[in-house]
Design a binder for this molecule. Structure first.
Ligand SMILES: NC(=O)c1ccc[n+]([C@@H]2O[C@H](COP(=O)([O-])OP(=O)(O)OC[C@H]3O[C@@H](n4cnc5c(N)ncnc54)[C@H](O)[C@@H]3O)[C@@H](O)[C@H]2O)c1
Length: 437
Protein backbone atom coordinates (compact mmCIF):
# COMPACT_ATOMS: atom_id res chain seq x y z
CA UNK A 1 0.00 0.00 0.00
CA UNK A 2 1.60 3.35 -0.98
CA UNK A 3 2.12 5.67 1.93
CA UNK A 4 1.12 9.23 1.45
CA UNK A 5 2.01 12.19 3.56
CA UNK A 6 -0.50 14.98 3.76
CA UNK A 7 0.22 18.44 5.08
CA UNK A 8 -2.04 19.76 7.85
CA UNK A 9 -2.18 23.27 9.22
CA UNK A 10 -1.54 21.90 12.71
CA UNK A 11 1.92 20.75 11.59
CA UNK A 12 1.06 17.05 12.03
CA UNK A 13 1.89 14.79 9.16
CA UNK A 14 -0.27 11.75 8.47
CA UNK A 15 0.98 8.57 6.90
CA UNK A 16 -1.33 6.09 5.12
CA UNK A 17 -4.12 6.20 2.55
CA UNK A 18 -5.71 9.62 2.18
CA UNK A 19 -8.92 10.13 4.15
CA UNK A 20 -11.79 11.64 2.18
CA UNK A 21 -14.90 13.33 3.56
CA UNK A 22 -18.13 13.52 1.56
CA UNK A 23 -19.84 16.90 1.90
CA UNK A 24 -23.35 17.20 0.46
CA UNK A 25 -24.24 13.52 0.30
CA UNK A 26 -27.38 13.64 -1.88
CA UNK A 27 -28.15 11.97 -5.19
CA UNK A 28 -24.95 12.48 -7.21
CA UNK A 29 -22.80 11.63 -4.21
CA UNK A 30 -24.70 8.46 -3.40
CA UNK A 31 -25.12 7.03 -6.89
CA UNK A 32 -21.88 8.11 -8.53
CA UNK A 33 -19.14 9.40 -6.17
CA UNK A 34 -19.57 6.95 -3.32
CA UNK A 35 -19.45 3.97 -5.67
CA UNK A 36 -15.99 4.95 -6.95
CA UNK A 37 -14.18 4.60 -3.62
CA UNK A 38 -14.19 0.82 -2.95
CA UNK A 39 -12.01 0.37 -6.06
CA UNK A 40 -9.58 3.01 -4.82
CA UNK A 41 -8.89 1.62 -1.34
CA UNK A 42 -5.14 1.50 -1.94
CA UNK A 43 -5.12 5.24 -2.45
CA UNK A 44 -7.86 6.58 -0.21
CA UNK A 45 -10.62 5.80 2.22
CA UNK A 46 -13.94 7.58 2.35
CA UNK A 47 -14.21 8.01 6.10
CA UNK A 48 -16.59 10.86 6.99
CA UNK A 49 -19.94 12.20 5.78
CA UNK A 50 -21.59 15.56 6.30
CA UNK A 51 -24.81 16.98 4.89
CA UNK A 52 -27.02 19.83 6.14
CA UNK A 53 -29.67 17.09 6.21
CA UNK A 54 -28.11 14.60 8.65
CA UNK A 55 -30.36 11.76 7.47
CA UNK A 56 -28.71 12.01 4.05
CA UNK A 57 -25.24 11.79 5.58
CA UNK A 58 -26.34 8.73 7.55
CA UNK A 59 -27.90 7.15 4.44
CA UNK A 60 -24.70 7.74 2.45
CA UNK A 61 -22.59 6.24 5.24
CA UNK A 62 -24.81 3.14 5.30
CA UNK A 63 -24.71 2.80 1.53
CA UNK A 64 -20.91 3.03 1.56
CA UNK A 65 -20.68 0.44 4.35
CA UNK A 66 -22.74 -1.94 2.17
CA UNK A 67 -20.59 -1.18 -0.88
CA UNK A 68 -17.45 -2.01 1.12
CA UNK A 69 -18.96 -5.28 2.33
CA UNK A 70 -19.83 -6.29 -1.23
CA UNK A 71 -16.35 -5.28 -2.38
CA UNK A 72 -14.73 -7.30 0.42
CA UNK A 73 -16.54 -10.48 -0.66
CA UNK A 74 -15.85 -9.87 -4.35
CA UNK A 75 -12.16 -8.99 -3.88
CA UNK A 76 -10.74 -10.96 -0.91
CA UNK A 77 -7.35 -9.25 -1.34
CA UNK A 78 -9.04 -6.01 -0.29
CA UNK A 79 -11.11 -7.50 2.52
CA UNK A 80 -8.83 -6.27 5.30
CA UNK A 81 -8.65 -2.74 3.89
CA UNK A 82 -12.44 -2.72 3.53
CA UNK A 83 -12.86 -3.86 7.15
CA UNK A 84 -10.42 -1.18 8.35
CA UNK A 85 -12.36 1.40 6.36
CA UNK A 86 -15.70 0.26 7.84
CA UNK A 87 -14.25 0.69 11.33
CA UNK A 88 -13.40 4.34 10.71
CA UNK A 89 -16.71 5.55 9.15
CA UNK A 90 -18.35 8.48 10.87
CA UNK A 91 -21.38 10.68 10.26
CA UNK A 92 -20.53 14.27 11.26
CA UNK A 93 -22.78 16.93 12.76
CA UNK A 94 -20.84 19.80 11.24
CA UNK A 95 -18.34 20.63 8.52
CA UNK A 96 -15.92 21.61 11.23
CA UNK A 97 -16.09 18.16 12.78
CA UNK A 98 -15.57 16.51 9.39
CA UNK A 99 -12.54 18.67 8.61
CA UNK A 100 -10.88 17.38 11.78
CA UNK A 101 -10.83 13.86 10.37
CA UNK A 102 -10.03 14.11 6.65
CA UNK A 103 -7.32 15.12 4.19
CA UNK A 104 -9.64 15.84 1.22
CA UNK A 105 -13.27 16.86 0.86
CA UNK A 106 -15.38 15.58 -2.04
CA UNK A 107 -17.88 18.44 -2.39
CA UNK A 108 -21.26 17.47 -3.87
CA UNK A 109 -23.46 20.12 -2.28
CA UNK A 110 -25.65 22.30 -4.44
CA UNK A 111 -23.60 25.12 -6.02
CA UNK A 112 -24.22 27.62 -3.21
CA UNK A 113 -22.42 25.46 -0.64
CA UNK A 114 -19.32 24.68 -2.68
CA UNK A 115 -16.99 27.66 -2.37
CA UNK A 116 -17.63 28.20 1.38
CA UNK A 117 -16.75 24.51 1.86
CA UNK A 118 -13.54 24.83 -0.18
CA UNK A 119 -12.51 27.94 1.78
CA UNK A 120 -13.22 26.31 5.16
CA UNK A 121 -11.27 23.24 4.05
CA UNK A 122 -8.25 25.19 2.75
CA UNK A 123 -8.11 27.20 5.96
CA UNK A 124 -7.73 23.90 7.80
CA UNK A 125 -5.10 22.56 5.39
CA UNK A 126 -7.60 20.20 3.71
CA UNK A 127 -7.67 19.64 -0.08
CA UNK A 128 -10.89 19.65 -2.07
CA UNK A 129 -12.55 18.44 -5.26
CA UNK A 130 -15.72 20.17 -6.34
CA UNK A 131 -18.74 19.18 -8.45
CA UNK A 132 -19.86 21.39 -11.33
CA UNK A 133 -20.87 24.19 -11.70
CA UNK A 134 -18.03 25.06 -9.38
CA UNK A 135 -19.66 28.24 -8.04
CA UNK A 136 -22.66 30.50 -8.57
CA UNK A 137 -20.66 33.62 -9.35
CA UNK A 138 -17.14 34.44 -10.44
CA UNK A 139 -16.58 36.55 -7.33
CA UNK A 140 -17.05 33.63 -4.96
CA UNK A 141 -14.98 31.38 -7.23
CA UNK A 142 -12.21 34.00 -7.31
CA UNK A 143 -12.38 34.45 -3.53
CA UNK A 144 -11.92 30.70 -2.99
CA UNK A 145 -9.18 30.55 -5.65
CA UNK A 146 -7.26 33.23 -3.78
CA UNK A 147 -7.55 31.36 -0.46
CA UNK A 148 -6.40 28.11 -2.07
CA UNK A 149 -3.60 29.91 -3.96
CA UNK A 150 -2.34 31.48 -0.74
CA UNK A 151 -2.33 28.16 1.16
CA UNK A 152 0.86 26.30 0.25
CA UNK A 153 0.46 22.59 -0.42
CA UNK A 154 -3.35 22.68 -0.58
CA UNK A 155 -5.01 21.71 -3.88
CA UNK A 156 -8.51 22.07 -5.28
CA UNK A 157 -9.72 20.25 -8.40
CA UNK A 158 -12.81 20.99 -10.48
CA UNK A 159 -14.72 17.71 -10.66
CA UNK A 160 -16.49 18.28 -13.96
CA UNK A 161 -16.70 14.70 -15.09
CA UNK A 162 -17.16 15.70 -18.78
CA UNK A 163 -13.42 16.33 -18.79
CA UNK A 164 -12.92 12.69 -17.86
CA UNK A 165 -15.54 11.36 -20.33
CA UNK A 166 -13.59 8.95 -22.60
CA UNK A 167 -15.04 10.69 -25.67
CA UNK A 168 -13.60 14.08 -24.74
CA UNK A 169 -10.25 12.48 -23.89
CA UNK A 170 -10.06 10.83 -27.33
CA UNK A 171 -11.08 14.06 -29.05
CA UNK A 172 -8.44 15.95 -27.10
CA UNK A 173 -5.76 13.52 -28.29
CA UNK A 174 -7.01 13.57 -31.90
CA UNK A 175 -6.97 17.37 -32.07
CA UNK A 176 -3.60 17.63 -30.32
CA UNK A 177 -2.26 15.12 -32.87
CA UNK A 178 -3.45 17.34 -35.75
CA UNK A 179 -6.24 15.04 -37.02
CA UNK A 180 -8.02 17.97 -38.73
CA UNK A 181 -5.36 20.68 -38.50
CA UNK A 182 -6.16 23.99 -36.84
CA UNK A 183 -9.69 23.96 -35.39
CA UNK A 184 -11.94 26.74 -36.70
CA UNK A 185 -15.42 25.95 -35.35
CA UNK A 186 -17.02 23.70 -32.78
CA UNK A 187 -20.80 23.28 -32.46
CA UNK A 188 -22.37 21.29 -29.70
CA UNK A 189 -25.49 20.64 -27.71
CA UNK A 190 -25.40 19.71 -24.04
CA UNK A 191 -28.71 19.31 -22.31
CA UNK A 192 -31.77 17.27 -21.58
CA UNK A 193 -35.14 16.73 -23.17
CA UNK A 194 -38.16 18.66 -21.95
CA UNK A 195 -39.59 15.66 -20.09
CA UNK A 196 -36.29 14.67 -18.40
CA UNK A 197 -36.56 14.20 -14.65
CA UNK A 198 -32.92 15.17 -14.08
CA UNK A 199 -33.56 18.92 -13.65
CA UNK A 200 -33.82 19.73 -9.92
CA UNK A 201 -35.59 22.67 -8.30
CA UNK A 202 -32.26 23.70 -6.76
CA UNK A 203 -30.71 23.82 -10.25
CA UNK A 204 -33.56 26.00 -11.54
CA UNK A 205 -32.73 28.62 -8.89
CA UNK A 206 -30.61 31.71 -9.41
CA UNK A 207 -29.64 31.84 -5.75
CA UNK A 208 -28.76 28.15 -5.39
CA UNK A 209 -27.26 27.46 -8.81
CA UNK A 210 -26.20 30.87 -10.13
CA UNK A 211 -28.37 30.45 -13.24
CA UNK A 212 -30.37 27.87 -15.16
CA UNK A 213 -29.47 25.47 -17.96
CA UNK A 214 -26.50 27.61 -18.99
CA UNK A 215 -24.91 27.20 -15.56
CA UNK A 216 -25.86 23.52 -15.51
CA UNK A 217 -25.17 22.02 -18.95
CA UNK A 218 -23.39 25.11 -20.30
CA UNK A 219 -20.64 24.84 -17.68
CA UNK A 220 -20.41 21.09 -18.39
CA UNK A 221 -20.16 21.64 -22.15
CA UNK A 222 -17.65 24.42 -21.81
CA UNK A 223 -15.40 22.35 -19.52
CA UNK A 224 -15.44 19.45 -21.99
CA UNK A 225 -14.75 21.63 -25.03
CA UNK A 226 -12.04 23.67 -23.31
CA UNK A 227 -10.22 20.49 -22.31
CA UNK A 228 -10.74 19.07 -25.81
CA UNK A 229 -9.26 22.19 -27.50
CA UNK A 230 -6.49 22.61 -24.91
CA UNK A 231 -6.43 24.37 -21.55
CA UNK A 232 -3.64 26.63 -22.85
CA UNK A 233 -6.37 28.53 -24.77
CA UNK A 234 -8.31 31.31 -23.10
CA UNK A 235 -11.87 32.46 -23.60
CA UNK A 236 -11.48 35.99 -24.93
CA UNK A 237 -15.04 37.02 -25.77
CA UNK A 238 -18.56 35.71 -25.28
CA UNK A 239 -21.76 36.50 -27.16
CA UNK A 240 -25.26 35.47 -26.10
CA UNK A 241 -27.00 34.52 -29.33
CA UNK A 242 -30.26 33.68 -27.59
CA UNK A 243 -30.85 32.92 -23.93
CA UNK A 244 -34.40 32.58 -22.69
CA UNK A 245 -37.24 30.74 -21.03
CA UNK A 246 -39.02 28.48 -23.50
CA UNK A 247 -41.19 26.54 -21.07
CA UNK A 248 -42.07 28.62 -18.04
CA UNK A 249 -44.36 26.07 -16.45
CA UNK A 250 -43.27 22.51 -15.87
CA UNK A 251 -43.12 19.75 -13.30
CA UNK A 252 -39.86 19.44 -11.36
CA UNK A 253 -39.33 16.66 -8.83
CA UNK A 254 -43.05 15.87 -9.11
CA UNK A 255 -44.26 19.40 -8.29
CA UNK A 256 -45.59 22.24 -10.47
CA UNK A 257 -42.79 24.75 -10.98
CA UNK A 258 -42.49 28.22 -12.50
CA UNK A 259 -39.18 28.61 -14.32
CA UNK A 260 -37.50 31.92 -13.41
CA UNK A 261 -34.09 31.11 -14.87
CA UNK A 262 -33.02 30.30 -18.43
CA UNK A 263 -34.05 26.88 -19.74
CA UNK A 264 -32.60 27.32 -23.23
CA UNK A 265 -29.36 29.08 -24.13
CA UNK A 266 -27.40 29.54 -27.36
CA UNK A 267 -24.00 31.13 -26.84
CA UNK A 268 -20.86 31.78 -28.88
CA UNK A 269 -17.43 31.68 -27.21
CA UNK A 270 -14.27 32.97 -28.86
CA UNK A 271 -11.30 30.87 -27.72
CA UNK A 272 -7.92 32.44 -28.34
CA UNK A 273 -4.41 30.98 -28.32
CA UNK A 274 -2.42 33.56 -26.30
CA UNK A 275 0.82 32.50 -28.02
CA UNK A 276 -0.35 33.02 -31.61
CA UNK A 277 -3.57 35.04 -31.44
CA UNK A 278 -5.31 32.30 -33.50
CA UNK A 279 -8.91 31.69 -32.53
CA UNK A 280 -11.64 29.05 -32.53
CA UNK A 281 -15.36 29.77 -32.33
CA UNK A 282 -17.45 27.51 -30.13
CA UNK A 283 -21.22 27.57 -30.59
CA UNK A 284 -22.80 25.95 -27.54
CA UNK A 285 -26.45 25.19 -27.12
CA UNK A 286 -27.28 24.23 -23.54
CA UNK A 287 -30.85 23.40 -22.86
CA UNK A 288 -33.48 21.77 -20.67
CA UNK A 289 -35.86 21.72 -23.67
CA UNK A 290 -34.17 19.33 -26.13
CA UNK A 291 -31.65 20.53 -28.70
CA UNK A 292 -32.28 22.41 -31.93
CA UNK A 293 -29.06 22.75 -33.90
CA UNK A 294 -27.40 20.10 -36.01
CA UNK A 295 -28.22 17.61 -38.68
CA UNK A 296 -28.75 14.62 -36.46
CA UNK A 297 -31.74 13.19 -34.72
CA UNK A 298 -29.81 12.58 -31.51
CA UNK A 299 -30.01 15.94 -29.81
CA UNK A 300 -30.61 15.10 -26.19
CA UNK A 301 -27.09 16.13 -25.23
CA UNK A 302 -26.80 13.44 -22.60
CA UNK A 303 -23.45 12.31 -21.29
CA UNK A 304 -22.23 10.18 -24.18
CA UNK A 305 -24.30 11.68 -26.98
CA UNK A 306 -25.58 15.06 -28.16
CA UNK A 307 -24.62 16.94 -31.29
CA UNK A 308 -20.87 17.64 -31.49
CA UNK A 309 -19.16 18.74 -34.70
CA UNK A 310 -15.61 20.06 -34.97
CA UNK A 311 -14.44 21.77 -38.16
CA UNK A 312 -10.78 22.31 -38.94
CA UNK A 313 -8.55 23.38 -41.82
CA UNK A 314 -8.01 19.76 -42.94
CA UNK A 315 -11.37 18.12 -42.17
CA UNK A 316 -14.30 17.68 -39.87
CA UNK A 317 -15.02 15.45 -36.88
CA UNK A 318 -18.51 14.20 -36.14
CA UNK A 319 -18.61 13.09 -32.51
CA UNK A 320 -22.37 13.05 -32.10
CA UNK A 321 -22.92 9.33 -31.62
CA UNK A 322 -22.16 7.47 -28.42
CA UNK A 323 -20.59 4.55 -30.33
CA UNK A 324 -17.93 6.15 -32.52
CA UNK A 325 -16.16 9.28 -33.68
CA UNK A 326 -15.99 9.92 -37.48
CA UNK A 327 -13.18 11.92 -39.02
CA UNK A 328 -13.68 13.14 -42.60
CA UNK A 329 -10.76 14.83 -44.29
CA UNK A 330 -11.39 17.50 -46.94
CA UNK A 331 -8.93 15.75 -49.27
CA UNK A 332 -10.91 12.52 -49.01
CA UNK A 333 -10.68 9.64 -46.60
CA UNK A 334 -12.68 8.72 -43.56
CA UNK A 335 -11.55 7.31 -40.23
CA UNK A 336 -13.89 5.84 -37.62
CA UNK A 337 -12.72 5.64 -34.01
CA UNK A 338 -14.88 3.27 -31.96
CA UNK A 339 -15.82 4.38 -28.45
CA UNK A 340 -15.97 1.80 -25.71
CA UNK A 341 -19.33 1.34 -24.08
CA UNK A 342 -19.71 4.08 -21.52
CA UNK A 343 -22.12 3.41 -18.70
CA UNK A 344 -22.62 7.07 -17.79
CA UNK A 345 -20.90 8.89 -14.99
CA UNK A 346 -19.54 5.82 -13.19
CA UNK A 347 -16.37 5.84 -15.31
CA UNK A 348 -15.77 9.56 -15.52
CA UNK A 349 -16.52 10.20 -11.84
CA UNK A 350 -14.12 7.45 -10.78
CA UNK A 351 -11.43 8.94 -13.02
CA UNK A 352 -11.89 12.47 -11.72
CA UNK A 353 -11.65 11.23 -8.12
CA UNK A 354 -8.56 9.13 -8.80
CA UNK A 355 -6.90 12.04 -10.64
CA UNK A 356 -7.47 14.28 -7.64
CA UNK A 357 -6.14 11.64 -5.21
CA UNK A 358 -2.99 11.29 -7.34
CA UNK A 359 -2.39 15.01 -7.50
CA UNK A 360 -2.71 15.30 -3.71
CA UNK A 361 -0.48 12.26 -3.12
CA UNK A 362 2.17 13.65 -5.47
CA UNK A 363 1.66 17.24 -4.31
CA UNK A 364 1.18 18.44 -7.89
CA UNK A 365 -1.27 21.12 -8.92
CA UNK A 366 -4.35 19.57 -10.60
CA UNK A 367 -4.59 20.31 -14.33
CA UNK A 368 -8.24 21.29 -13.84
CA UNK A 369 -7.71 23.44 -10.82
CA UNK A 370 -9.84 26.04 -9.09
CA UNK A 371 -8.62 28.81 -11.40
CA UNK A 372 -9.72 26.85 -14.46
CA UNK A 373 -13.09 26.33 -12.74
CA UNK A 374 -13.31 30.04 -11.94
CA UNK A 375 -12.69 30.96 -15.59
CA UNK A 376 -15.54 28.66 -16.66
CA UNK A 377 -17.83 30.48 -14.23
CA UNK A 378 -16.57 33.82 -15.62
CA UNK A 379 -17.31 32.69 -19.20
CA UNK A 380 -20.86 31.66 -18.24
CA UNK A 381 -21.33 34.95 -16.35
CA UNK A 382 -20.08 36.82 -19.44
CA UNK A 383 -22.81 35.12 -21.50
CA UNK A 384 -25.48 36.30 -19.05
CA UNK A 385 -24.01 39.82 -19.08
CA UNK A 386 -23.90 39.75 -22.88
CA UNK A 387 -27.64 38.94 -22.94
CA UNK A 388 -28.38 41.84 -20.56
CA UNK A 389 -26.23 44.34 -22.46
CA UNK A 390 -27.06 42.99 -25.94
CA UNK A 391 -23.43 42.96 -27.04
CA UNK A 392 -20.44 40.64 -26.90
CA UNK A 393 -18.47 40.84 -23.64
CA UNK A 394 -14.82 40.05 -22.94
CA UNK A 395 -13.88 37.98 -19.91
CA UNK A 396 -11.78 40.86 -18.59
CA UNK A 397 -14.77 43.21 -18.84
CA UNK A 398 -16.94 40.72 -17.00
CA UNK A 399 -14.41 40.33 -14.20
CA UNK A 400 -14.19 44.11 -13.83
CA UNK A 401 -18.01 44.32 -13.82
CA UNK A 402 -18.01 41.72 -11.01
CA UNK A 403 -15.33 43.52 -8.98
CA UNK A 404 -17.51 46.62 -8.97
CA UNK A 405 -20.13 44.64 -7.05
CA UNK A 406 -17.46 43.70 -4.50
CA UNK A 407 -16.47 47.36 -4.17
CA UNK A 408 -20.11 48.39 -3.69
CA UNK A 409 -21.39 45.50 -1.54
CA UNK A 410 -18.29 43.97 0.08
CA UNK A 411 -16.68 40.63 -0.71
CA UNK A 412 -19.53 38.39 0.41
CA UNK A 413 -23.05 37.07 -0.08
CA UNK A 414 -24.57 40.54 -0.54
CA UNK A 415 -22.47 41.16 -3.66
CA UNK A 416 -23.31 37.70 -5.00
CA UNK A 417 -27.04 38.20 -4.56
CA UNK A 418 -26.85 41.63 -6.21
CA UNK A 419 -24.93 40.30 -9.19
CA UNK A 420 -27.28 37.34 -9.63
CA UNK A 421 -30.28 39.66 -9.48
CA UNK A 422 -28.77 41.76 -12.24
CA UNK A 423 -27.65 38.94 -14.54
CA UNK A 424 -30.77 36.78 -14.24
CA UNK A 425 -33.39 39.56 -14.27
CA UNK A 426 -34.39 38.88 -17.90
CA UNK A 427 -35.66 35.39 -17.03
CA UNK A 428 -37.87 36.28 -14.08
CA UNK A 429 -41.61 36.11 -14.62
CA UNK A 430 -41.87 39.79 -13.81
CA UNK A 431 -39.33 40.75 -16.48
CA UNK A 432 -40.74 43.14 -19.04
CA UNK A 433 -40.13 42.76 -22.74
CA UNK A 434 -38.73 39.88 -24.78
CA UNK A 435 -37.23 36.98 -22.86
CA UNK A 436 -34.41 36.31 -25.23
CA UNK A 437 -31.13 37.93 -26.09
N1 LIG B 1 -21.38 15.74 -12.79
C1 LIG B 1 -22.61 15.45 -13.14
O1 LIG B 1 -22.87 14.90 -14.19
C2 LIG B 1 -23.72 15.82 -12.20
C3 LIG B 1 -24.89 15.09 -12.21
C4 LIG B 1 -25.89 15.44 -11.31
C5 LIG B 1 -25.69 16.52 -10.46
N2 LIG B 1 -24.54 17.23 -10.49
C6 LIG B 1 -24.35 18.40 -9.63
O2 LIG B 1 -24.35 18.02 -8.28
C7 LIG B 1 -25.16 18.90 -7.53
C8 LIG B 1 -25.95 18.13 -6.53
O3 LIG B 1 -26.90 17.34 -7.23
P1 LIG B 1 -27.73 16.24 -6.47
O4 LIG B 1 -28.60 15.61 -7.49
O5 LIG B 1 -26.83 15.36 -5.68
O6 LIG B 1 -28.60 17.16 -5.49
P2 LIG B 1 -29.20 16.77 -4.09
O7 LIG B 1 -30.13 17.86 -3.71
O8 LIG B 1 -29.72 15.36 -4.11
O9 LIG B 1 -27.94 16.77 -3.10
C9 LIG B 1 -27.30 17.92 -2.66
C10 LIG B 1 -27.08 17.75 -1.17
O10 LIG B 1 -26.25 18.80 -0.70
C11 LIG B 1 -26.70 19.14 0.60
N3 LIG B 1 -26.18 20.48 0.89
C12 LIG B 1 -26.52 21.66 0.32
N4 LIG B 1 -25.75 22.66 0.82
C13 LIG B 1 -24.91 22.08 1.71
C14 LIG B 1 -23.86 22.58 2.53
N5 LIG B 1 -23.54 23.88 2.54
N6 LIG B 1 -23.20 21.71 3.34
C15 LIG B 1 -23.52 20.39 3.34
N7 LIG B 1 -24.51 19.87 2.59
C16 LIG B 1 -25.18 20.70 1.77
C17 LIG B 1 -28.21 19.04 0.53
O11 LIG B 1 -28.78 18.89 1.82
C18 LIG B 1 -28.38 17.79 -0.33
O12 LIG B 1 -28.48 16.60 0.41
C19 LIG B 1 -26.01 19.69 -8.50
O13 LIG B 1 -25.86 21.05 -8.23
C20 LIG B 1 -25.49 19.35 -9.87
O14 LIG B 1 -25.05 20.47 -10.58
C21 LIG B 1 -23.55 16.88 -11.33
Amino acid sequence: MPHQVSPRDDGRERVGPLRVGGVGTGRIFQWAHLRAYPDLLDKARLTAFFDLDTSRAAAACEKYREALQIHASAAPAHAEAARENIAELRVCDSLDELLDHVDIVDVCTTARGRMPTVIAAAERGVHSMVEKPMARTWIEADRAARVVGETPGVHCQLNDDNIFDPKYRILHDLLAGGAIGAVHNVSLIRGSLLDATSVLKSQASALENGGGCLMDYGSHGLAGVWYMLGTHLRVARVEAVRIGVRHRHRVLEGDPFVMEVDDDAHVRFLFEDPATGAWTTVFLESTWCGGEIGLHESKSGGQGDGYLRIEGEDGVIDATGAGEIRILRWDGGETRVPLREYPGETISVREEIETCLDSVAQDTRPEFDIEFGADIIAAIGSAYLSAVERRAVTLDEFKEFSREYVRDHGDGEEAEVAILNHLLAPYRRSAAGPRSR
